[in-house]
Ligand binder design. Structure first.
Ligand SMILES: NC(=O)C1=CN([C@@H]2O[C@H](COP(=O)(O)OP(=O)(O)OC[C@H]3O[C@@H](n4cnc5c(N)ncnc54)[C@H](OP(=O)(O)O)[C@@H]3O)[C@@H](O)[C@H]2O)C=CC1
Ligand SMILES: O=C(CO)[C@H](O)[C@H](O)COP(=O)(O)O
Length: 473
């Protein structure tokens, strides 16, 4: 076999599928894995595609097996593993060989690696890849960050292997340095929020309405035919309908309520705080995962106070109310995610293509949904407008916020936790407040720290009458 056009290091869940996808699209690919024993297993599973794949147990042989200039995708855990792998690789590479980090990197790491590469005069690309194992195998959504030249060098391969929306590849260049990984991080933050909103709707059906898992699944299936049509609603229907082969019980009922997380949701929240771009629904989703993990504390709380998540009286809430709540919550959490991107665009001097971001998420990724096409249209018309205020989505909110309000109020009244739905409602109510209570905060700040405030009736910086009074002995 002639030299491979591209290499993949890391044959875990994502890397193995990505390598098969690359081969399936007609490119010769070389693969390497830290644990060499996984390579023959992978080659065997590759079946017919193995004719375009070469496996190398030794890193040196892997590098030699690639056509120059080399392009090498890393699909290993984010953080130290990426740095360690780059350190091992670099002495084996020529100056124009390119490393492509395709994992879920923290964008600060990608910025650092891009800067170090620039200083060393070597190319580097950071790409966010979404879609899980199935996406990696049959077409993920890809968000690129680095120099335009680095992107252009492999864009034909990335576009070929990516998902397609009406024939358009879901692989887009986002900007320099860590831009691709920043966009992927926000994607994951929205993913956390969307998942939490759905989980809360499931909780209302299960605990408030007394529905079993199969009945919840049927509702998700029905919602998937309407405005909520999305991959996450689709799989929520599927997991709700599944049966545990060991016990015969609904699979959902056998899964412990302790959520895992690898950190991308948390990074979204941290970046939002740094940029002053509120993402309260995403924040609520991260907090909910953290609270879920504190199971012992929750059990102690339930013992001390008695269980609170109570049933709702028949007819208090309808499934239509719940669908409305999810529609409104979803619009509001996406609006927050895009606001964060708008702020990052200015702060990091990235020319983030706002409408293209919505477009690249329409297929292949975990948050793909029908609404993203309308978001792409809204962002094409006004790239820096809060999506909640875009005419189409403002209309969606006018029609659905009543359901969100009803569900949040009834659920909280019954002691059912709905942190993401409540955060969405509070965001909406604050976003639409011409007058908030921050005048009280300003008065307090001025009282204790002489921080000054703006007045409603004239320009400038002012103090209240209290300063002299309370500082006098
Ligand atoms: N799973 C998913 O749905 C998605 C994951 N991602 C991201 O993709 C990346 C890979 O994830 P995933 O495939 O799920 O992970 P897996 O755990 O399935 O695979 C990890 C791979 O990295 C290798 N590896 C681990 N540590 C090192 C190291 N220190 N040096 C070299 N190689 C190492 C492993 O090799 P070995 O066999 O020797 O252990 C294995 O091949 C992560 O950044 C993840 O966040 C992105 C999108 C979706
Ligand atoms: O990036 C992804 C999807 O887009 C991964 O599936 C990610 O690992 C999920 O995050 P977490 O493990 O924190 O739930």
């Amino acid at each position: 076999m002639s030299a491979a056009e591209i290499g993949v290091i890391g044959l875990g869940t994502m890397g193995a599928m990505l390598a098969l996808n690359i081969a399936d699209n007609g490119f010769a690919v070389a693969v390497h894995n830290r644990t060499a024993a996984r390579i023959p297993e992978f080659m065997e599973k590759a079946g017919d595609l193995a004719r375009r794949i070469t496996g190398h147990a030794e890193l040196e042989d892997f590098v030699k097996g690639l056509a120059s200039p080399r392009n090498i995708i890393l699909m290993v855990p984010a953080g130290d593993a990426v740095d360690a792998q780059i350190e091992q690789l670099r002495p084996l590479l020529d100056v124009d060989d390119m490393v492509i980090d395709a994992g879920n990197a923290n964008f600060h790491d990608s910025e650092r690696r891009a800067k170090a590469s620039e200083e060393a005069g070597v190319p580097f690309l950071g790409i966010g890849v979404s879609g899980g194992a199935e996406g990696a195998r049959f077409g993920p959504s890809i968000m690129g960050g680095g120099t335009p030249e680095a992107w252009d060098r492999v864009a034909h391969i990335l576009k070929a292997i990516s998902a397609k929306y009406e024939g358009q590849p879901c692989a887009t260049y986002m900007g320099t340095g860590g831009a691709g990984h920043f966009v992927k991080t926000v994607h994951n933050g929205i993913e956390y929020a969307d998942m939490q909103l759905i989980a809360e709707a499931y909780g209302v059906m299960r605990d408030g309405m007394g529905m079993d898992a199969a009945a919840c699944g049927a509702v998700f299936d029905r919602w998937n035919k309407g405005l909520l049509q999305s991959y996450l609603i689709e799989i929520s229907g599927k997991v709700s309908a599944a049966t545990d082969p060991e016990t015969g019980n609904p699979m959902l009922d056998m899964i412990l309520d302790r959520a895992g997380q690898k950190g991308t949701g948390r990074w979204t929240v941290i970046e939002s705080q740094m940029l002053g771009a509120p993402v309260p629904v995403i924040e609520a989703a991260v907090v909910a995962r953290n609270m879920s993990a504190q199971r012992d504390l929750r059990l102690a709380g339930a013992k001390a106070f008695g269980p609170t998540g109570g049933a709702m009286a028949d007819g208090t809430l309808s499934l239509d109310d719940l669908e409305q709540a999810l529609i409104a919550g979803k619009v509001l959490c996406y609006a927050q995610g895009f606001e964060l991107l708008i702020k990052a665009r200015a702060e990091y001097d990235w020319d983030l293509p706002m409408a293209e971001i919505a477009k690249v998420w329409r297929e292949g990724c975990i948050i793909r949904s029908a609404m993203l096409n309308d978001m792409a249209s809204a962002l094409t018309d006004a790239p820096e407008q809060n999506l909640a205020l875009a005419p189409y989505f403002a209309d969606v909110l006018r029609k659905n916020v009543a359901g969100l309000r009803k569900v949040a109020v009834v659920a909280m009244g019954a002691g059912q936790p709905v942190p993401a739905l409540a955060a969405a409602l509070n965001y909406f109510d604050t976003l639409t407040s011409a007058r908030t209570t921050a005048n009280m905060l300003q008065a307090q700040r001025d009282y204790f720290g002489a921080h000054s405030f703006e007045r409603t009736d004239k320009d400038g910086s002012h103090h209240g009458p209290w300063l002299d009074q309370h500082l006098q002995g």
